[in-house]
Write a protein that binds this ligand. Structure first.
Ligand code: HEC
Ligand code: HEC
Ligand code: HEC
Ligand code: HEC
Length: 199
């Protein structure tokens, strides 16, 4: 999630990405609409933080994953959907080790999703990273990571999961690109928009 991909790989994936988009999207549009439509499309804009006191966060999913928001190449699905890849690949990005669904052998891509949205196995972050004190839908308890040095255990709540995942990349971009419009981790209102205006 925080790792910058080697340039070669990024360029390869970029090329592959264009091919996928080119060849798959027209076909995908022609498919008949299944009854369970809701589960089968990649959401374009997602309203997060509906319960957050500071206000909800409008996350433009399609701009982040469709190549418009660029990190020297399109952002890969697995940069965020970290459980949607085989366990062998997670060995390279500690502390990640959990895959979903259990035993999966595929890596989430737009192509994989277009081929079979159910088999692509995408789970919402919040189904595992529940709010503090809540039992997540998919796991017995909140995900946690253990510090290899201190053995301290950190529970990855929704707040921590989203903030780390989102901020790490924005910080890098802000650092690299002048005039970038990425949110600023210390300016909460760059993401959280309060609807109830104070008078
Ligand atoms: C990059 C965008 C972004 C920035 C910047 C950001 N947040 Fe968040 N924050 C989120 C997202 C996304 C969630 C997860 C919402 C969800 O669970 O749906 C969240 C969740 C939270 C929650 C937990 C809400 C709950 O009860 O479930 C708190 C508290 C919070 N943020 C506070 C802050 C504070 C304080 C700041 C500024 C120091 C801040 N956030 C900056 C995106 C951001
Ligand atoms: C920059 C981060 C990011 C990238 C890149 C990304 N996603 Fe997502 N995706 C999210 C977030 C955040 C959610 C909302 C999770 C939640 O509601 O807890 C989501 C939700 C989804 C959902 C709906 C899941 C559900 O059950 O509600 C699907 C399907 C999905 N993404 C597919 C993809 C595919 C396919 C790709 C790659 C082409 C991709 N995403 C790339 C962050 C990302
Ligand atoms: C199937 C459950 C599951 C889903 C879905 C899931 N996570 Fe996680 N996440 C975990 C577990 C478990 C860990 C602890 C490390 C491990 O076991 O892989 C973790 C760790 C993390 C970490 C801490 C590690 C680090 O690199 O800093 C972040 C951040 C994170 N997840 C963000 C997300 C985001 C964002 C999404 C959605 C796009 C998401 N997770 C979806 C289970 C999940
Ligand atoms: C791998 C990199 C990466 C990750 C991860 C990422 N972003 Fe971004 N984000 C970007 C880039 C690139 C831009 C566009 C910057 C620009 O236009 O100059 C952006 C812009 C934004 C913006 C401002 C523009 C808009 O669309 O409203 C928001 C809000 C935002 N991101 C929210 C999030 C949230 C919430 C998450 C976590 C769920 C997240 N981002 C994860 C790279 C990332």
């Amino acid at each position: 999630m925080r790792k910058v991909l080697p340039l070669i790989l990024v360029m390869f994936l970029m090329a592959a990405g264009f091919l996928i988009v080119d060849t798959l999207s027209p076909k995908a549009q022609r498919l008949p609409k299944p009854a369970d439509e809701k589960k089968k499309v990649i959401p374009e804009v997602i309203i997060l933080g509906k319960d957050a006191k500071l206000g909800k966060v409008t996350f433009n999913h399609v701009k982040h994953n469709g190549g418009e928001y660029n990190i020297g190449g399109p952002i890969l699905c697995i940069e965020c959907h970290h459980t949607a890849q085989p366990a062998s690949d997670l060995d390279k990005i500690p502390p990640h080790k959990t895959v979903w669904p259990i035993g999966r052998t595929t890596t989430l891509t737009a192509e994989l999703f277009a081929a079979d949205p159910i088999k692509a196995g995408v789970a919402a972050c919040r189904d595992c990273h529940a709010r503090s004190g809540r039992k997540p839908k998919l796991l017995d308890e909140l995900p946690s990571i253990v510090d290899p040095e201190t053995k301290a255990v950190t529970k990855i709540t929704n707040q921590l999961a989203f903030h780390s995942a989102c901020d790490a990349c924005h910080f890098e971009i802000q650092f690299r690109t002048t005039g970038s419009k990425v949110p600023n981790a210390t300016n909460c209102a760059t993401c959280h928009k309060s609807t109830a205006k104070k008078h």
